[in-house]
Design a protein around this ligand. Sequence first.
Ligand code: PRP
Ligand code: ZN
Length: 297
Amino acid sequence: MSNATDRLRIAVQKSGRLAEPSLALLRRAGLVFRSSRDHLFLYGENMPVDVLLVRDDDIPGLLVEGSCELGIVGRNVLTEQRLAAADSGGAAELLSLGFGGCRLAIAVPQGSAIGEPADLAGLRIATSYPALLADWLRENGVSADIVVLNGSVEIAPRLGKADAICDLVSTGATLAANRLRELVTVFESEAVLAAAPGILTPAKAALAGQLAARIAGALSGDGVRLLMLQAPRAMLPAIERMLPSRETPSVLSLDGRPDDVALQALCTVALDWQHLEALKRLGARGLMVLHVERMLA
Ligand code: PRP
Ligand code: ZN
């Protein structure tokens, strides 16, 4: 079922935590979509790129079989598939995307006597991530039984099916609602851009590269601010020393004002009022802090 069309396909979660931020990121990368009637497909109107809306757990499989060239999926789902497939290869992680942060953690009933990972020896742990859990148990020298469940993992202890669970935790609300206590983190996850393992046609490879670069460019603007100011030329060294700047600021001359300069600097840390007031005391004027929408190196 490989994608024989000359349009690139990206698989994205249809509903759930990653769904909205994934589409928002693709829009920031410049894609404009029209939804299909069945809402399973978004047709790219300004680039030969279409979005397939699917269950997140299906995304690694779609990449491996070649139905899609790119996917946005949790690193947990991607890594689980890669470990489970062992040497048959898996989808590759291209970029981490900075949203959908969560952790795969082992949790036990609140009243349980289990106090540390070693106490899990000989017990049953329910999970939808058997490969990641098995890896962690092996690395930590704990021998426990893995009970594979595909949903409602959090109720397994109450049903007497397991003594502990290993599941995704984001806010912790699900654990609290099921009176479970987090014991240890097994795997840290966030959304990533993943790529199919196969070789793409030159046209598709170029398109995938362009899209990945645009996504990286959209993300690199996150948390970056552009600081603009004017100042007496003589104060420039003192001002530059104060800037939390990521690269050399641009300094521009001003027509008819040889003693003054305009300065632009990209800053990665928040520029708060104290920062601006300190710069003003050094003689800076017309201070402005702007959001950076996107960057292309
Ligand atoms: C995970 C996990 C829990 C919940 C935890 O499911 O299975 O049910 O999120 O989140 P919380 O700590 O904020 O309560 P997810 O939404 O990822 O759905 P899926 O695993 O079925 O795709
Ligand atoms: Zn899922």
